[in-house]
Design a protein around this ligand. Structure first.
Ligand SMILES: Cc1cc2nc3c(=O)[nH]c(=O)nc-3n(C[C@H](O)[C@H](O)[C@H](O)COP(=O)(O)OP(=O)(O)OC[C@H]3O[C@@H](n4cnc5c(N)ncnc54)[C@H](O)[C@@H]3O)c2cc1C
Length: 565
């Protein structure tokens, strides 16, 4: 059997290696247009920032590895330019010489990825404007920074005694994970970085109130955010710098511009071969990664996948799904019955020592598709036992089915061990777990790692209390007009209070029940919802109608309070 794989990075390289492990006899050709195969594009922002100093560290495997260890005919600088499905052939062009050859295949795998979006804006080709997708992209950015360091230091304006080194300016266009990671790295390299984002929040997959927390955090660490403003064009400015012009009419000075506007599935070859393209613009495949032509498979960023929670077709540009899909395509080609389960969009980003991670559906996705059968909770547990040094709060939002408790999604932010919690949620979600399963999950515990009730258990317990009606819940948007009872201590109210709320600290509540109305629903507030839970239980058992305000003051103010030291 002869298999040609187009694209030699995440999906393509996984497919080639897996196929060899399954079939020693297959003839495997892997073609890659660029100079490298199997490189770590996820590490590129950190190479730009100097965290990963050596470019060679990004090259996980090379042509030689594929040839020697896997007997794969690996060809770099070799582009697939046309497919003739009826003849089962592919035309390959040697990028260096332009020579075109034709190869036949029994099975073809497409893993061409998703190039960065580069809108045809005025000035987009000016020097100093880069994207972050490949090793040569990162190299070009580093060279620009290094070559420009004299100029960027302001020495071209040297006029005698100069001790202040002006900060060079970087404008990053796009507040997704590649844009933010690159902005962080540029801040570490001494840039004043502005992230220009057309949407009303950064990190579009998460809900806005959670994004606000991240926004506050990155702003405190030196990234300036310009939300609700798109790029309109670029102009050459004085001293070889650029001006980034925005739709609202602003102009941002820039010594360096990074385009991180997102990616678009590369469907050029697929379209020319007449393969079906889905409604989201990606290559349509079945669960076994087969395209509309049974001898052609497609994997990775170029394909549409089923959203694991909503069942909608979606585009998910992540390395994990691309690698798994490459492996599944290899399995199927080798005669195995592997299937892709759909993607949960499980993601993580580290920014200035904090982590944001998420999995499954967001609330805004559920709202968009008109799904009303869900409830959400906010909680702020410590990352590990509070008495052990270094514990930090984790802000969590967990979304679950109201009707059966099934976990639908989780988003978490914090400075310690956020990823392991979201990985636990992600696994639970894929196994179809309910919040009752989270209550019972037996997770690692010693004081430096977690709590006897891990934040994941804790989320399950809070959610289960809501569904069992042990803790009626309310949210700020529906509660502020009701009777509000704040059970915090008076000194806490001095920092922040809710106008009009009655204050009876939890410790005094049993003795002062007579002060509360019996004919009204009481919305109970504390800092994070924990004391309000005890107060709500106390009130309910004394015949009051009471609801806990989810997440307490922390979910009312989100960014403002959570990141205060
Ligand atoms: C800067 C950056 C950071 C990222 N960070 C993360 C992260 O932290 N976590 C995460 O999950 N994901 C991350 N990703 C996304 C992840 O890298 C991609 O989802 C993954 O690489 C997709 O794999 P793929 O095989 O579909 O495409 P790619 O890995 O992009 O590979 C496609 C390859 O196909 C080649 N190609 C295209 N057309 C042809 C042709 N006609 N002939 C020959 N070759 C062709 C291209 O040159 C390219 O090298 C990041 C991506 C970038 C760019």
């Amino acid at each position: 059997m002869k298999v040609i794989i187009v694209g030699g990075v995440a999906g393509g390289a996984s497919c080639a290696a897996r196929l060899r492990r399954l079939d020693e006899k297959a003839e495997i050709i892997m073609v890659e247009r660029g100079p490298y195969v199997s490189y770590a594009n996820c590490g590129l922002p950190y190479h730009i920032g100097g965290v990963i100093e050596k470019e060679s560290s990004l090259l996980v495997a090379n042509e030689k590895t594929f040839r020697e260890q896997f007997a794969v005919d690996c060809r770099t600088r070799c582009e697939a330019i046309a497919i003739a499905p009826e003849k089962k052939t592919v035309q390959l062009r040697n990028v260096a010489t332009g020579e075109v050859t034709t190869e036949s295949y029994d099975k073809l795998v497409l893993s061409p990825g998703a190039p960065s979006i580069r809108p045809p804006l005025p000035g987009i080709d000016l020097p100093g404007i880069f994207q972050v997708r490949t090793v040569p992209d990162a190299r070009a950015i580093r060279e620009w920074i290094e070559k420009g360091s004299l100029f960027l230091s302001g020495m071209n304006n040297y006029s005698g005694f100069q001790t202040v080194r002006p900060k060079p300016h970087a404008v990053v266009i796009g507040g997704g994970f590649i844009g933010l990671e690159t902005a962080e790295n540029l801040v570490h390299r001494g840039f004043d970085a502005v992230v220009l984002e057309m949407g009303d929040q950064i990190l579009a997959p998460i809900d806005q109130e959670m994004a606000r927390i991240v926004e506050g955090y990155v702003e405190r660490h030196g990234i300036r955010l310009a939300l609700n403003d798109g790029v309109a064009g670029f102009k050459q400015a004085a001293n070889d710098t650029l001006s980034v012009l925005t739709k609202s009419g602003k102009s941002h000075p820039a010594d360096l511009v990074i385009l991180a506007l997102g990616v678009r599935p590369d469907t050029t070859l697929a379209k020319s071969a007449g393969l079906e393209i889905g409604q989201r613009g990606g290559i349509r495949v079945d669960e076994q990664m087969r395209t509309s032509n049974p001898d052609i498979f497609a994997v990775g960023d170029a394909v549409e996948v089923k959203d694991f929670v909503t069942g909608e077709w979606s585009l998910i540009a992540l390395a994990g799904p691309a690698n798994r899909q490459g492996r599944i395509a290899a399995d199927v080609i080798a005669g195995r019955d592997s299937r892709f389960r759909g993607s949960q969009g499980t993601s993580v980003i580290g920014l200035f020592g904090a982590t944001a991670a998420w999995t499954g559906a967001s609330e805004k996705t559920l709202k968009r598709i008109g799904d009303k059968d869900y409830e959400k909770i906010y909680l702020y547990p410590n990352s590990h036992a509070g008495y052990y040094p270094g514990a930090r709060p984790i802000a969590m939002k967990v979304i679950f089915r109201k009707s059966n408790g099934k976990l639908l999604g989780a988003q978490a932010l914090g400075e310690d061990n956020v990823d392991k919690r979201v990985s636990a949620f992600a696994m639970a979600l894929q196994m179809g777990a309910t919040i009752y399963d989270l209550e019972e999950a037996e997770l690692c515990y010693a004081p430096q790692f977690g709590s006897a009730k891990d934040p994941v258990n804790f989320a399950g317990m809070v959610a289960a209390d809501v569904l069992r009606n042990d803790m009626p819940l309310s949210h700020w948007d529906s509660a502020e007009k009701g009777y509000l009872l704040d059970v915090r201590e008076p000194f806490e109210l001095a920092v922040e209070n809710v106008p009009g709320a009655a204050n009876i600290p939890l410790g005094q509540l049993r003795a002062r029940l007579g002060e509360l109305p019996r004919d009204k629903e009481i919305f109970v507030i504390c800092r994070s919802g924990q004391r309000a839970y005890s107060a709500t239980r106390l009130l309910l058992q004394n015949g009051f109608k009471a609801r806990n305000l989810a997440g307490g003051m922390l979910s009312r103010t989100h960014a403002a309070v959570f990141w205060q030291d």
